[in-house]
Design a protein around this ligand. Structure first.
Ligand code: L34
Length: 287
């Protein structure tokens, strides 16, 4: 059986079209959603992603500003900028592109962002809300994955969901979201003893490790739904996922491609969060 291709590019474009209308209405009512993106250093991939984020903002009518800091910026200076953005009423979302240079404590930086402006959903307060099932700004990639599964018509209740990778950005939060939809969730990682024993039992497999094409056809079962979060640039310039797409698509019932799968959804959900954050910041909390 050849798999259905889950087209993240098309689904993301549909969602952005809806958001465009919503942004138009908000602006007419006097509220322009605003996003500040902070990038430190010269990581080429980060530059590409940040460029796409700005372009998408412009396309939807969302106000955006980019703050590019040199690689040797001090942690204090970076946190100072975040405090300034926390207090700027034009800015509803603050995103610090990761990874950061080694001399900067990532946790300290993420904790400096006002949780209400944390459109990445990385602040411990928002992570905590996700854990206990409270409504919150969801991390963009995991949220995008859940929408792809929904649009592909995948019912998660009682299914075996296997997540390969345990990062704070993808693996851990997507595991919690799958759990909240009543999947039985297994998280595998670099120390997992028999990876194939786990992946072969998956009804839904999420690969988020950053190793080019490591998930092979003989590691999955017939009919599996595969979400490939990997974005790996090979030496020959090709962009591939963590899944051997050509092999695995012959066994899967549905699969996301790279590029054009999860990536476009990540940026689109960032726009969603920026709009949500703007709406929440307009209405003062009734305590
Ligand atoms: N703070 N840092 C913060 N938030 C994030 O949500 C990210 N991430 C990850 C890296 N650091 C971050 C992203 O935005 C990865 N990431 C991301 C965003 C977009 C795409 C991939 C990763 C994407 O659009 N990928 C395209 C291909 C792009 C290309 O040609 O290089 C795709 O179709 O998959």
């Amino acid at each position: 059986m050849a798999a259905k291709i889950i087209d993240g590019k098309v689904i993301a474009a549909e969602l952005r079209e809806e958001m465009k209308g919503e942004v138009g209405e908000l602006k007419a009512s006097g509220l322009t959603p605003g996003l500040a993106v902070v990038i430190v250093g010269e990581n080429p991939a980060s530059k590409v992603y940040v460029g796409q984020k700005e372009k998408t903002c412009a396309n939807l009518g969302i106000y955006s500003e980019k703050h590019a800091l040199p690689a040797d910026v001090s942690e204090e200076e970076l946190i100072g900028l975040i405090h300034k953005l926390n207090g700027d009423p034009r800015v509803h979302g603050v995103l610090v592109q990761l990874p950061l240079p080694g001399h900067i404590d990532e946790g300290r930086v993420l904790e400096a962002i006002d949780p209400r402006k944390d459109v990445d959903g990385f602040h411990p307060v928002n992570v905590g809300k996700l854990v206990v099932g409270e409504e919150t700004l969801l991390p963009c990639t995991p949220h995008g994955i859940m929408i792809l599964l929904e649009r592909a018509g995948v019912d998660l209740k009682g299914k075996e969901a296997v997540v390969v990778g345990r990062s704070n950005i993808v693996g851990k939060p997507v595991s919690l979201l799958l759990l909240s939809r009543h999947a039985t969730v297994t998280i595998c990682h670099s120390r997992t003893r028999d990876l194939t024993a786990h992946t072969a039992s998956a009804d839904v497999l999420v690969a988020a490790v950053g190793k080019p094409e490591m998930i092979k056809a003989d590691m999955v079962k017939e009919g599996v739904v595969v979400i490939d979060v990997g974005v790996n640039r090979l030496e020959d310039g090709r962009l591939v996922g963590d899944v051997d797409f050509e092999g695995v698509k012959e066994k899967a019932s549905a699969i996301t491609p790279v590029p054009g799968g999860v990536g476009p959804m990540t940026i689109t959900m960032l726009m969603r969060n920026t709009i949500e954050a703007a709406k929440q910041q307009r209405v003062p909390l009734q305590l």
